[in-house]
Ligand binder design. Structure first.
Ligand code: HEM
Length: 164
């Protein structure tokens, strides 16, 4: 491990007993990483399936029904993703905080949630008009396309953390 240097709270986090356990217990880090992976597979998988529906695939499936099912699972997946991500961050807090891939990843996650929030407040309000067998409005398609790009970027940055 590289020497701890950086803001005091990050050094405190990285030198905590929890961080030491994450680094030293053989199976702990990989187990937490598996939880992280299962979580983001559910989140990104659900988001992708919903986005593809917005872009016009499977037009017979009601958008409202898909939102009800998939987006519920996407929200619950955060219970796995956030604590496991925070635990892995703790193990190498000072290094992670200065890693450009980590900063970009958090920025892209924020952008993806903002995109989802705007989608729900604007085009999704009129979903009854384009629920089944109708092309989604341009704003909904744009949100779906942007979501595909942003989540792909998050996955890429997550994977790059180990290399940068
Ligand atoms: C919300 C959606 C998220 C997605 C899609 C995501 C995606 C990923 C991916 C693809 C990896 C690489 C896994 C591997 O190579 O085995 C990863 C690792 C990691 N993620 Fe996330 N992540 C998310 C959220 C978070 C959050 C909120 C945090 C921090 C609070 C975080 C912190 C980390 C850390 C520290 C690693 C470990 C890197 C390593 O050990 O090399 N992630 N994530």
């Amino acid at each position: 491990m590289h020497p701890s240097s950086g803001p005091a709270w990050l050094v405190w986090l990285e030198t905590s007993g929890l961080a030491a356990a994450m680094r030293e217990w053989l199976w702990l880090y990989p187990a937490v990483e598996i939880v992280h992976i299962v979580g983001f597979v559910v989140l990104v998988g659900a988001a992708f399936m919903f986005d593809l529906r917005l872009l016009g695939l499977a037009p017979r499936l009601p958008v409202s029904g898909m939102a009800d099912h998939l987006l519920r699972w996407a929200r619950w997946s955060l219970v796995l993703i956030v604590p496991s991500g925070a635990l892995m961050f703790t193990a190498h807090a000072t290094e992670m905080a200065s890693n450009p891939a980590f900063r970009l990843k958090l920025g892209l996650i924020a952008a993806a949630f903002l995109n989802a929030a705007v989608f729900h407040r604007v085009p999704f309000r009129s979903v009854a008009d384009w629920d089944t067998d109708v092309t989604a409005p341009a704003a909904a398609k744009a949100a779906g396309g942007l979501s595909l790009l942003l989540w792909t970027g998050v996955i890429a940055c997550g994977r790059l953390l180990a290399y940068l």
